[in-house]
Design a protein around this ligand. Structure first.
Ligand SMILES: NC(=O)c1ccc[n+]([C@@H]2O[C@H](COP(=O)([O-])OP(=O)(O)OC[C@H]3O[C@@H](n4cnc5c(N)ncnc54)[C@H](OP(=O)(O)O)[C@@H]3O)[C@@H](O)[C@H]2O)c1
Length: 328
């Protein structure tokens, strides 16, 4: 097989296309002939070495990439419910880890979702389905979304954020407001995603006026996270799902929380799904329901795997307005 390999921690140039031995699935795993692998900011953080020495994180050389689409190539011992040739998308990394930027990926069968009969193209599926499953799981299991809840979603067109408005609407949300940086505002307002309004994150408090939100979804962090506390409704829940702004030292005044009955929940799909395999099917069903209703129409750009370094440069620079997927 061939793969884009992180040869050492560093800039995008450390990603190099290499020939590697074909992997075979162990018990409970499937091998997938990969057609598309999604690129996310998390891949860039891991490549940079930002999580070096954290348990479960890979050390170079390794193949990055958490989510792939393709067809089942081989079944490991004890795997049932999938067949060779079946189109699938994976919710998170191979064996709960990495290995996605490769022409063959091996993953835990529990994390592979069949696309059979859905009529969803694999590029669109890998761009939308894993993040939509995370949106479903975090909105239902942590934020306990209720009919009519108002949502505020930061970084409106980001890969993860894009999944939230549609999944939330399919779960009965009321008004969904997105934020974008001023430089991305025009594109966000023109997007097909079901935002009722998109406002500039830099002017959040003035822009939302009297509106208060039951749920805030924050993959951005930094100042917009601090400002969000002021526009949450009593008993509001904030989902902390990322740090695209790169403010790794951000902190929240906990006394602001108890005084106003607010809750902040951290959520990582990469940790949640491997440890809650029973939630994979319901989350995938929830994601598929929103996708097939046309509510998660993410702008997706496919580029060859040989350009993985360029994909990382662009993801780090920002302003993509959707998702990049690598083709194999
Ligand atoms: N919790 C989970 O399960 C999970 C899953 C996937 C990702 N994540 C995390 O979520 C975050 C986003 O990942 P992604 O793959 O969705 O990235 P992405 O597609 O690159 O989206 C990033 C979004 O954040 C915005 N942004 C970037 N820098 C900003 C800044 N300084 N101020 C305000 N907005 C800013 C971008 O706006 P522009 O369009 O203007 O650049 C874009 O909308 C990352 O921290 C990632 O690790 C978590």
């Amino acid at each position: 097989m061939y793969a884009a390999v992180v040869t050492r921690f560093g800039g995008p140039e450390v990603l190099q296309l290499q020939e590697l031995p074909d992997p075979t699935p162990g018990p409970g795993q499937v091998a997938i002939d990969v057609s598309h692998a999604a690129v996310g900011l998390i891949d860039a953080y891991i490549r940079q070495g930002r999580f070096e020495n954290q348990p479960g994180m890979p050390t170079p050389p390794f193949v990055p990439g958490l989510e792939v689409a393709g067809t089942v190539r081989a079944l490991g011992e004890g795997v049932s419910g999938l067949r060779v040739g079946e189109p699938v998308v994976t919710l998170t990394g191979a064996g709960g880890g990495q290995d996605g930027y490769a022409s063959i990926a091996v993953v835990d069968a529990a994390l592979a979702v069949s696309l059979d009969g859905l009529g969803v193209d694999p590029a669109a599926a890998v761009a939308a389905l894993p993040n939509a499953a995370s949106a479903w799981a975090s909105l239902t299991q942590l934020a306990h979304i209720k009919e009519g809840d108002r949502l505020l979603v930061h970084g409106a067109l980001g890969g993860l954020a894009s999944a939230f408005p549609g999944v939330a609407k399919s779960l009965g949300a009321g008004r969904v407001v997105g934020t974008a940086r001023r430089s991305s505002l025009e594109g966000a307002r023109a997007s097909a995603l079901p935002y009722d309004e998109v406002v500039a994150g830099e002017e959040l408090i003035e822009a939302v006026g009297e509106t208060r939100f039951e749920i805030v979804v924050d993959p951005v962090g930094g100042q917009v996270r601090t400002d969000s506390l002021q526009v949450m409704a009593p008993f509001g829940r904030m989902l902390l799902v990322g740090n695209a702004a790169g403010d790794w030292e951000h902190s929240v005044r906990t006394n602001d929380l108890w005084l106003r009955n607010l809750a902040l929940y951290g959520f990582s799909g990469g940790v949640y799904f491997p440890t809650h395999p029973e939630q994979v099917r319901p989350a995938a069903q929830g994601a598929i329901a929103a996708i097939t209703q046309g509510l998660v129409d993410i702008r997706t750009e496919s580029i060859p795997a040989a350009e993985a370094a360029e994909a990382h440069r662009r993801v780090e620079k920002g302003g993509i307005g959707g998702r990049i997927v690598l083709t194999f």
